[in-house]
Write a protein that binds this ligand. Structure first.
Ligand code: SF4
Ligand code: SF4
Length: 248
């Protein structure tokens, strides 16, 4: 996570320890139980020597006030207040590179535990989760509406200033270049490739059944409503397509 994102969370939620009202014990227990109840928890946490090897190898620990050793210790000792505090900001500093998991003598995965804490933060609609995920709403919308995150028409000098003169290699006449690609599904500049309507509908069902859309509703209700409208529209299109097939 970038430094600006970390600062934005801090601005948005204030100092998690000193400003926030105390959280009821019952709520702290509920949050910990949600983390612990995940099937992955026992696989990711086997014990902890407090040796600090994970923190020594963690790239995020070099740049942020973040330590995977501390996260693992909080969970291992069931420090409920500490776990809650870490979920206000620290867990969002992890880059999910899993260097820690490769080095831990106990076979722990601090990065995996951070992932469980993030998912729980989303489930509980924590402000930290809303703040971190808000900038990704455009990506989510693009993904749901087109089936692609990034499309060739988004690759331009404005969007990728850091590419410098290299942008010219892709900022060429995209329509011509795309037509030169043999696969017909790539003959478009509005999406990375054409996504089959049936595939989109199947993805919507998976997201519904696995709780992805419930999580989205918790984090951003407006985006959730827009996405539901898009999904309904596509489902209607698919029904029409099936009706036409039957008529033929
Ligand atoms: S999680 Fe592993 S590497 Fe990190 S402090 Fe505990 S035992 Fe050491
Ligand atoms: S996955 Fe592990 S090593 Fe990588 S940033 Fe997260 S805590 Fe650090």
């Amino acid at each position: 996570m970038s430094h600006s994102t970390t600062s934005r969370i801090q601005e948005h939620i204030g100092d998690p320890v000193s400003d926030a009202p105390p959280v009821e014990r019952e709520k702290l227990e509920e949050i910990f139980q949600d983390i612990q109840a995940d099937l992955r928890f026992d696989h990711e946490l086997n014990g902890c020597l407090n040796c600090g090897i994970c923190t020594a190898t963690c790239p995020a620990a070099h740049y942020y006030d973040f330590s995977p050793r501390e996260i693992v210790q909080l969970l291992w000792t069931e420090n409920l207040e500490g776990i809650h505090d870490a979920m206000q900001e620290k867990i969002w500093s992890c880059a999910q590179c899993y260097t820690c998991a490769a080095r831990c003598p106990f076979g722990n995965s601090p990065g995996g535990l951070v992932m469980l804490m993030r998912e729980t933060a989303i489930k509980h609609g924590m402000e930290s989760a809303k703040s971190v995920l808000r900038p990704f709403s455009r990506v989510m919308l693009k993904l749901i509406s087109t089936g692609n995150q990034l499309s060739p028409d988004m690759i331009n000098p404005e969007g990728f200033a850091d590419w410098g003169p290299n942008i010219a290699k892709v900022d060429a006449p995209l329509t011509t270049l795309r037509k030169a690609i043999p696969m017909p599904t790539l003959h478009t500049t509005k999406t990375a490739w054409e996504v089959n309507l049936k595939t989109s509908i199947e993805l919507y069902t998976i997201w519904e059944e696995t709780g992805v859309l419930d999580s989205l509703e918790t984090i951003d209700e407006n985006l959730y409503d827009v996405i539901c409208d898009i999904m309904d529209e596509k489902r209607d299109d698919y029904e029409d397509f099936l009706d036409e097939l039957e008529d033929d």
